[in-house]
Structures are given as C-alpha cells and as structure tokens.
Design a protein around this ligand. Structure first.
Ligand SMILES: C[S@@+](CC[C@H](N)C(=O)[O-])C[C@H]1O[C@@H](n2cnc3c(N)ncnc32)[C@H](O)[C@@H]1O
Length: 136
C-alpha cells in the first residue's frame, strides 16, 4: 500500500461549515497555487445546504488552474444504497454538471465508472459518475 509524503498535512473539518477555505489556509493551503481537489464519496452524504456551502467555499478560490474531481451517483444507485438517508431529500444536485457550470466551473471530463471499475476491481458502477472540472 502507498503512503502519503511526510509533508502531507491532515486538516479536520466539517466541509459543510463556512470558513473551510480559511481553515485550509491556516494549515498552509495557498489559494493562488495550483491544487487538485478530490471530492469522492462525499456529496451524496451531505444535505443540500451542506453541498451549497461546500461549493460556495470552493468558488472563493481562483478556479483557473485548479482541478476538481467530483463523483455523483444516480438516483437509482442512491435508492439501492443502504447507508444513505434517502427519505428526506431527493438526489442533490440532480445534475452535477449543470450545478457546477452555474457556479463558474467548466467541465473538462464527465465519465461513468462502469468500464474502469469492472476492469480493475471486478465490480461495475455504471451509475456512478465522475466529473473533472476545471476552469478555462
Ligand atoms: C464513503 S466515505 C469516502 C471517503 C473517502 N473518499 C475515501 O475514499 O476514504 C465518506 C466520507 O465522508 C466523510 N464526511 C461525511 N460528511 C462530512 C462532512 N460534513 N465533513 C467532512 N467529511 C464528511 C465521512 O467521514 C466519510 O469519511
């Protein structure tokens, strides 16, 4: 198994709370330097207000040159996931690509995890989608 470099810093945070970027900055994050954000297995665990707060925070940093990998599942996969609380709200955002575009992100790639996961893990997730968003 791989390991993180020694200089990696862990920052504990509730990503749905305002002040996320300030918190990262206090731990050494430099907004004007190129960064990659991997937001995996996360947004479908959050309430809509929490998702909005997270992306409002991210939109504060210069989006140009930064890379965001974000996954979203379909409503069908969500309904079949026992650990997700589906009763209170519908899938949010219903269309992640439109949601991100409206917030100034531009979509570089949008693909299903069907083929790669089948090949490498023997299990397919055709209803799980990845977006790679970066601006211009
Ligand atoms: C399905 S796991 C995926 C985690 C990660 N992508 C990985 O591969 O290990 C979902 C994670 O989201 C975290 N999480 C859920 N709500 C959160 C929140 N409001 N703030 C920060 N993390 C949260 C949980 O603690 C959990 O570790």
């Amino acid at each position: 198994m791989g390991s993180l470099p020694k200089e990696a810093v862990y920052v504990e945070a509730n990503v749905t709370e305002r002040g996320l970027i300030e918190r990262l900055k206090r731990s050494g994050f430099v907004p004007n330097e190129k960064s990659a954000f991997i937001i995996e297995g996360l947004i479908y665990y959050l309430k809509p207000k929490g998702v909005d707060s997270l992306f409002e925070e991210l939109a504060q940093i210069p989006l140009i040159g930064n890379l965001f990998l974000i996954d979203q599942i379909s409503e069908g996969m969500r309904q079949n996931s026992p650990d997700l609380d589906k009763r209170k709200t519908p899938l949010y955002p219903a269309d992640l690509a439109i949601y991100l575009t409206e917030r100034g992100f531009s979509i570089r790639e949008y693909f299903s995890l069907g083929d790669p996961t089948e090949r490498y893990y023997g299990k397919s997730y055709p209803e799980r989608w990845w977006i790679i968003a970066a601006v211009k």
